[in-house]
Design a protein around this ligand. Structure first.
Ligand SMILES: *Cc1c(COP(=O)(O)O)cnc(C)c1O
Length: 381
């Protein structure tokens, strides 16, 4: 018997209550029963997104909401700025170019956050730029980009701030309306604690204005059509009924905990994980601007990170994430978002200490765990 622990930055563990809710017999989607579930979920999403705008619910992985944001707001030839500091930032650029937009790429070293001054410079040099696209949390590098500062740059200008909040929304504060974020997207399988398959997108009034003149081709991801259907408590096409039933459950859990407490929990778990990594002698990938969704740390010199992640998964039953592209084999990514609490952190840190020991690297067993405990204990009366 091997007990398994899912501690990767998506998909994340699903709470028992949501699993049960999703196991309910199928209901038809064009019924008052489904509309009631859908309406309540759509309203609670506004609470999590901190917006008065509609939050569209799409049957897609998170990338669907990213692609939808591009095709609904722009026309071929439009100029946009893409913050490329990792795999997901790169994705904004690839989607934009796939639809014939002209992307100005701002390349950021992996592990660092974008400097708002660099974005301002490209905006000043290219006054036709219609959007800045960025991640709130770049999951591939465990970096949090300075969204509030970027929002100040686009505010009042004919330029949108488009934020991939897929590991940001529900992890740390991203008050969409207060800060002036124009598009905020997320997905079900990260902080929303659900299986993959739902994507969310909220648009500001300014973004909806862009939608009126956008000419990119689209069919399935037609935001105007989805918004019209949302007003009637339904979706344009068959919704992911079971996932939306689960969504209502997790949103009620978030509401009950209180969004501020949800952020505080993520902050505590993230600080504990970072402290543990430092105590284990692992260098942090993003020491200056870390995301509270996941912690990236370099594996010690001489240790094969790919083998370590495999050993943790196959031998110890603990699924963490490794690195991508040039960080492949070099880093570990420990997730702490969604349905996670104190003792999930103890499991991942303890397992890393044991796996490093098994790989022949000398670590003082318990040192990382102790450093984590010092911070985790803050969460108790
Ligand atoms: C997971 C993730 C995505 C979306 O990926 P999908 O596989 O399409 O769900 C996009 N951006 C970030 C920052 C992510 O973490």
């Amino acid at each position: 018997m091997k007990k398994r622990y899912l501690l990767a930055p998506g998909p994340t563990p699903v709470p028992e209550s949501a699993l049960l809710a999703m196991a309910a017999p199928m209901i038809h989607h064009r019924t008052p029963q489904f509309s009631a579930i859908f309406r309540e979920a759509a309203d609670l999403l506004k609470y999590v997104f901190k917006t008065k705008e509609d939050v569209l619910i799409l049957a897609a992985s998170g990338t669907g909401a990213m692609e939808g944001s591009v095709v609904n707001l722009f026309s071929p030839g439009d100029e946009v700025i893409v913050v490329n500091g990792g795999k997901f930032g790169e994705r904004w650029g690839k989607i934009s170019e796939a639809y014939g937009l002209k992307a100005h790429w701002i390349t950021v070293e992996w592990g660092r956050a974008v400097d708002p001054a660099a974005v301002r410079k490209v905006m000043d040099e290219n006054p036709r730029v219609k959007a800045v696209m960025v991640q709130a949390s770049e999951t591939s590098t465990t970096v949090a980009h300075p969204i509030k500062e970027l929002a100040a740059l686009t505010k009042g200008k004919d330029c949108l701030l488009i934020v991939d909040g897929i590991t940001g929304v529900g992890v740390f504060d991203l008050p969409m309306d207060d800060w002036g974020i124009d598009v905020l997207v997320s997905g079900s399988q990260k902080a929303f604690m659900l299986p993959p398959g739902l994507a969310f997108a909220a648009l500001s009034a300014k973004a909806w204005k862009f939608q009126e003149t956008a000419r990119c081709p689209k069919f399935y991801f037609d935001f105007k059509k989805e918004r019209k259907n949302l007003k009637d408590n339904t979706t344009a096409y068959t919704p992911a009924v079971s996932l939306i039933t689960g969504l209502l459950d997790v949103l009620k859990c978030i509401k009950e905990e209180g969004i501020g407490n949800v952020f505080a929990r993520h902050d505590r778990l993230a600080r504990a994980t970072r402290a543990a990594c430092v105590a284990m002698g692992l260098k942090l990938l993003a020491p200056e601007s870390p995301s509270n969704a996941a912690t990236g740390a370099f594996v010690p010199e001489g240790v094969d990170g790919g083998k370590l992640v495999k050993y943790l998964r196959d031998e110890m039953g603990v699924t963490l994430a490794g690195g991508q592209d040039h960080l492949k084999g070099k880093i570990l990514r420990i997730a702490h978002l969604g349905y996670v609490d104190t003792f999930d952190i103890i499991i991942s840190i303890s397992a890393i200490e044991m796996a490093l020991t098994k790989s022949g690297h000398k670590v003082l067993l318990g040192r990382g765990v102790a450093a984590a405990q010092e911070i985790l204990i803050e969460g108790y009366k």
